[in-house]
Design a protein around this ligand. Structure first.
Ligand SMILES: [Zn+2]
Ligand SMILES: [Zn+2]
Length: 391
């Protein structure tokens, strides 16, 4: 078993994770293999940085985790700027949490708990509103450059079906680890465990035009296409949203053992929550999007990042909080599985951890087959024999 030593400075961190919500960060920390800050923060931060950080190790990487002070692109931008000022040697930044999913991607149905990974981010509310139409100024892919080579390299690997299968299998193992760590913590604190799978019968997708609202006796809800605040705050179950308005989909057999499908594509990022099935479908079609979220564009303004988010709803008006924690857990699990494939090579200032030995945590012979893909000076992607790290 490899020995890992605690880093001595912030410069030894090459990987950061940003979460918008504490519950998302909790899911990520359940997958930490080691913490570096159990006796207080040994690394500090640069002047003017008011983020607070959790530091530790995920697999063979030292990682710093930051929780945003709130949702939205502006919070994400300023917190990411601070992160970058304190941690100057970062090479890979993940934005991990939950998002609203587009229900169908190409021919595939998307289920709650599936995970999306960004190939590019489109700030769909950034542009000009003309009479009758809104022109998105540009995709971040165009305006801020594409994802950096580290990220492109990682994604290129996972775009093959075989690698995605391997990623999915690994993520499912991490999800189990996360859930059992949470169950243990919950038992100690006499609370319920938070990250359990809600079950296929709770995976409800309503027809895009079917609006979540009071079915009777409400002045606002009885108007065309409007929902009162009280209805917006009430769950579908309490409101009585009708089962015959559900989209009929081929459901998979539910043995309680959910494994997230992983979709890589363009993610829409905006400052408002997408809560309309019809507008969702229209914008998704127009910009070729696979999901909607609210922080990616802000974080990307500061540093190219990889958005990894679990689908907790369908970006429509319906309300169901059942999936939020589980989706945060599936996203965290996929992130850790992706991170396992990320290699910081010898050209780094100093290896982030002691060399890995064969077997156990080691990569063993799999590093032998380094492909022609060398990304940047310091990063390369293994495409040979796929032996996963860890267990
Ligand atoms: Zn109402
Ligand atoms: Zn509803």
């Amino acid at each position: 078993m490899a020995q890992f030593t605690q880093p001595t400075s912030r410069d030894e961190f090459h990987v950061a994770i940003i979460c918008a919500l504490p519950s998302e960060a909790d899911a990520v920390t359940l997958l930490f293999d080691q913490f570096w800050d159990e006796d207080g923060d040994p690394f500090g931060r640069s002047s003017g940085d008011n983020n607070s950080y959790i530091t530790g190790r995920l697999g063979k990487h030292n990682v710093v985790l930051a929780v945003l002070p709130g949702m939205g692109t502006n919070n994400a931008a300023s917190a990411t700027a601070n992160l970058r000022s304190s941690y100057g040697s970062l090479r890979l930044v993940f934005l991990v949490g939950i998002c609203g999913g587009v229900p169908k991607i190409a021919d595939d149905d998307v289920f709650l708990g599936d995970v999306v990974v960004s190939k590019a981010i489109v700030q769909y509310d950034f542009g000009r509103q003309y009479p009758g139409h809104f022109e998105v100024k540009s995709t971040l892919e165009d305006s801020l450059g594409r994802a950096n080579r580290d990220i492109r390299g990682l994604l290129a690997v996972f775009e093959t079906e075989r690698m995605r299968d391997i990623l999915q299998t690994k993520a499912a193992i991490y999800l189990k680890q996360l859930q059992s760590a949470d169950a243990k913590a919950a038992a100690k604190k006499r609370r319920r465990s938070k990250y359990q799978y809600p079950g296929i019968t709770e995976n409800k997708l309503y027809l895009p035009g079917y609006v979540h609202r009071h079915l009777k006796k409400c002045d606002i809800c009885s108007r065309f296409d409007s929902t009162c605040d009280a209805a917006a705050m009430t769950s579908c179950a309490e409101l009585g949203c009708e089962e015959n308005m559900l989209v009929q989909r081929d459901m998979f057999e539910d043995d309680g053992d959910f494994s997230s499908n992983i979709f890589i594509g363009r993610i829409g990022s905006g400052n408002t929550v997408m809560k309309s099935g019809e507008i969702r479908d229209w914008i998704a079609r127009k910009h070729n999007l696979i999901a909607f979220e609210m922080e990616g564009a802000g974080a990307w303004d500061e540093v190219p990042c990889l958005v990894v988010k679990g689908v907790c709803d369908y970006a429509d008006s319906h309300k169901n909080k059942l999936w939020q924690n589980f989706a945060a857990a599936t996203a965290a699990s996929v992130m850790k599985a992706i991170l396992d494939r990320y290699i910081v090579t010898d050209a780094a200032q100093r290896p982030v951890a002691a060399p890995l030995s064969g077997g156990g945590q080691g990569r063993g012979n799999s590093t032998r087959s380094i492909s022609g893909n060398t990304f940047g000076d310091n990063v390369r992607i293994v495409q040979g024999d796929m032996t996963w790290n860890g267990n």
